[in-house]
Design a protein around this ligand. Structure first.
Ligand code: AMP
Length: 542
C-alpha cells in the first residue's frame, strides 16, 4: 500500500525559494578581481536568478542543455549555479586549472551549449575559445578594455541580464532530472563526468547540514575556499543558502583571506589542507581580529594531525576532517569525536581526527578484497573502500556502469585502500589509483606517462607522487632513455609535456634509470619505484 504523503519533488528550486522566503536579508559577499567587496542579499540573488533563468531561456537554453562556467567563486557564479538548474538546464563548472586541450575534450563530451566566463579567467579562456564549439560566450567581471575586445560573438553579463524579466517560475516535476555536471580528475588519465540530480543535491544539502557534519545554522558566515568545479564547492553554497548562513567568496584573492575573515565575521571556512598550511603563518602573525572563526572543514587529501593540533590548540579553531569524492557530491565520511572518545588526551583526539572518519548519516561504507569478499572492521585489514548513498553516482556521464567502477550489487568502487575500525572510523592507507594530489588538485600519473612515452627519446616512463612540504605531493618522473638519447633531457621533456598539461602537472624532477621495476604481471611497480627514489634521495643512486 502506498503512503498518503505529498509527492513533493526535491529540487534546487526549493532551496532557492526557501533562502528568499525565510532568509532574504542574509548576505553574499564576493571579493571581485578589482579588489572591491561586493555585497548583496538573498532577495537580490533570487530576483537576479529569475532574470538569468529567463535570459538563458530567451537565448535558446532548453531543459537538459549543458551550460558551462569558466570562473572563480563570485556572486555571478553562484547566480549561475542556481539559475541554470532552476531553468531545468545543467550547470557545468569547468576546472579552470586544466590545460586547454583537456578542457576542449571535456567541453566536447559535455556538449556545452553556452559558456559563462569570468574576466579574471579571460586570459586562460582565450587559449581555449578557438578549440571549442559553444554557441554563446557570456563574460562577467570584465574591465572596459576587455569589454572593447569582446567581439561580435560575445555578450556582457549585466547587459544580458538587464534585457530579461525577473518573472520566472521553475517547473521541475521530476526530482531525478539532472542539475549539475562535474568532472573527476580521472584516475586512468580520462576525467569522467558525474551528473548530479536535483534529488541527490537536495539530499546532500540536508545531510551536510546535520550538526555533526558541516553543522551550518542561520548564525553562520561561511567561506568556501573550494572552487565550484570541485563537486559544486563541496555543496557549501547550497548548504549555506538552505541554512540561511551568509556566504563569503574570496575569489582567487587568497592574500586577502585573513582580512576577509575579520571584515565579514567568518565562522566556518572550508578548503584543502594545502590552503591551511599556506595560511598558517599569516594567521599566526595576524593583526586582525579573527575570533569569529570557529570551525574549519578540511578534506580532499589527508589532514595531518600536527596541522590539526596547531589550528585547534594555538588558534582555537575546531578542525573537521572529511573524506569524499566528486562521485559522492562529495561528502562521505567526517572525523568527529564520539562521546566515548571525549575522555582521551588531546594528542589521542587529534590522531582520531586525522583519520578520514565515520560515514555521515545516509552513507554506507564497506571494505572488499579482489575476490569481492567483505572484510572485517578491525582497524587493521586493508581493502578497497566501497560506498553507497542517495548522493553517490550509479554510473558516469554518457557511460554504462562497468565492473571496474561499480559492483554488481550497486556499490561504487572508490579506488581508495582503507581500514575501518570497530567504531566505524575509516582510514585511507593508499590509493589504488595512485593519483597525485598537489595543492588539493589531482594530477594523473597515467596521463603524464602516456605523453612521456610518445617522446622519441623515451623507452619507458613512470610518474609517482613524492611528498612535498608545500604542496602535499609533487609528481616525479622516472624514465628509461632510448639509444638515440639527447642532451638536456629534463628540459626537453618539460617542454614536451607543457604542450598538453598545465604547469603544475609538470614533474619537478626527472630521474634516469636503466630499467623501471615491474610487478609479477608486468605492471609498473610503484612501491618499488618509491623505494628506489628514497634510496636515491639518500645518495645511493644518483
Ligand atoms: P576528488 O573527486 O577530486 O575529490 O578526489 C577524490 C579522492 O580524493 C578520494 O578518492 C581520495 O583518494 C582523495 N581524498 C579525498 N578526501 C581525502 C582525505 N580526507 N584523505 C585522504 N584522501 C582523500
Amino acid at each position: 500500500m502506498l503512503g498518503t504523503m505529498m509527492n513533493y519533488p526535491l529540487t534546487l528550486a526549493q532551496i532557492l525559494e526557501h533562502a528568499h522566503c525565510i532568509h532574504g536579508d542574509k548576505q553574499v559577499h564576493s571579493l571581485l578581481p578589482n579588489g572591491r567587496l561586493h555585497t548583496y542579499n538573498y532577495d537580490t540573488l533570487y530576483l537576479r536568478v529569475k532574470q538569468l533563468a529567463n535570459a538563458i531561456t530567451t537565448l535558446g537554453g532548453r531543459p537538459g542543455d549543458r551550460v558551462a562556467t569558466f570562473a572563480s567563486n563570485t556572486y555571478q557564479h553562484l547566480e549561475l549555479c542556481c539559475a541554470v538548474p532552476y531553468a531545468g538546464a545543467i550547470i557545468h563548472p569547468l576546472n579552470v586549472r586544466l590545460a586547454p586541450a583537456q578542457l576542449a575534450k571535456i567541453v566536447a563530451e559535455a556538449d556545452d551549449k553556452l559558456i559563462f566566463v569570468d574576466g579574471a579567467c579571460a586570459e586562460q579562456f582565450s587559449q581555449l575559445q578557438h578549440k571549442i564549439d559553444c554557441k554563446h560566450v557570456i563574460f562577467f567581471n570584465i574591465d572596459t578594455r576587455q569589454n572593447q575586445n569582446l567581439g561580435n560573438l560575445s555578450i556582457e553579463y549585466e547587459q544580458f541580464l538587464s534585457e530579461a524579466d525577473d518573472d520566472y517560475t521553475s517547473d521541475i516535476q521530476d526530482e531525478n532530472w539532472a542539475m549539475a555536471l562535474c568532472y573527476t580528475s580521472g584516475t586512468d588519465g580520462e576525467p569522467k563526468g558525474v551528473l548530479y540530480t536535483h534529488r541527490s543535491m537536495f539530499l546532500h544539502t540536508l545531510a551536510v547540514n546535520q550538526a555533526d557534519v558541516f553543522g551550518l545554522t542561520e548564525l553562520d558566515v561561511v567561506m568556501p575556499l573550494v572552487p565550484m568545479f570541485h563537486a559544486m564547492g563541496w555543496g557549501l553554497p547550497y548548504a549555506s543558502m538552505f541554512a540561511g548562513a551568509d556566504i563569503v567568496f574570496a575569489n582567487a584573492n587568497h592574500e586577502r583571506i585573513v582580512d576577509l575573515i575579520a571584515e565579514t565575521g567568518v565562522t566556518v571556512a572550508a578548503g584543502v589542507p594545502t590552503v591551511w598550511t599556506k595560511l598558517l603563518p599569516e594567521l599566526r602573525e595576524r593583526k586582525q581580529d579573527i575570533s569569529s572563526l570557529q570551525r574549519l572543514i578540511v578534506g580532499g587529501e589527508p589532514m595531518p594531525s600536527t596541522l590539526i593540533e596547531v589550528y585547534e590548540e594555538e588558534l582555537g579553531v575546531e578542525v573537521r576532517h572529511a573524506w569524499g569524492m566528486t562521485e559522492m557530491s562529495p561528502t562521505g565520511t567526517f572525523s568527529t569525536l564520539r562521546s566515548a572518545n571525549q575522555h582521551l588526551s588531546d594528542t589521542e583526539k587529534w590522531k582520531i581526527k586525522a583519520m578520514q572518519g565515520r560515514p555521515i548519516s545516509g552513507v554506507q561504507i564497506r571494505l572488499a578484497n579482489e575476490n569481492r569478499t567483505e572484510l572485517p572492521w578491525d582497524g587493521m585489514t586493508i581493502g578497497e573502500l566501497q560506498v553507497k548513498s542517495p548522493w553517490t553516482a550509479r554510473s558516469y556521464y554518457k557511460n554504462e556502469p562497468t565492473p571496474e567502477h561499480f559492483t554488481a550489487d550497486g556499490w561504487l568502487r572508490t579506488g581508495d585502500l582503507a581500514t575501518i575500525d570497530a567504531e566505524g572510523y575509516m582510514q585511507i592507507v593508499d590509493r589504488a589509483k595512485a593519483i597525485i594530489r598537489s595543492g588539493g588538485e589531482s594530477i594523473s600519473p597515467v596521463a603524464l606517462e602516456n605523453v612521456l612515452l610518445k617522446h622519441p627519446s623515451i623507452k619507458d616512463a613512470a610518474v609517482i607522487g613524492i611528498s612535498d612540504e608545500k604542496w602535499g605531493e609533487r609528481p616525479l618522473a622516472i624514465v628509461v632513455l632510448s639509444p638515440q638519447k639527447t642532451e638536456n633531457i629534463s628540459e626537453i621533456l618539460k617542454q614536451h609535456l607543457a604542450t598538453g598539461f598545465p604547469k603544475f602537472w609538470i614533474p619537478d624532477k626527472f630521474v634516469v634509470v636503466d630499467e623501471i621495476p615491474k610487478t609479477g604481471v608486468g605492471k609498473t611497480d610503484k612501491h618499488a619505484i618509491m623505494e628506489l627514489i628514497t634510496a636515491s634521495q639518500k645518495g645511493e643512486l644518483l
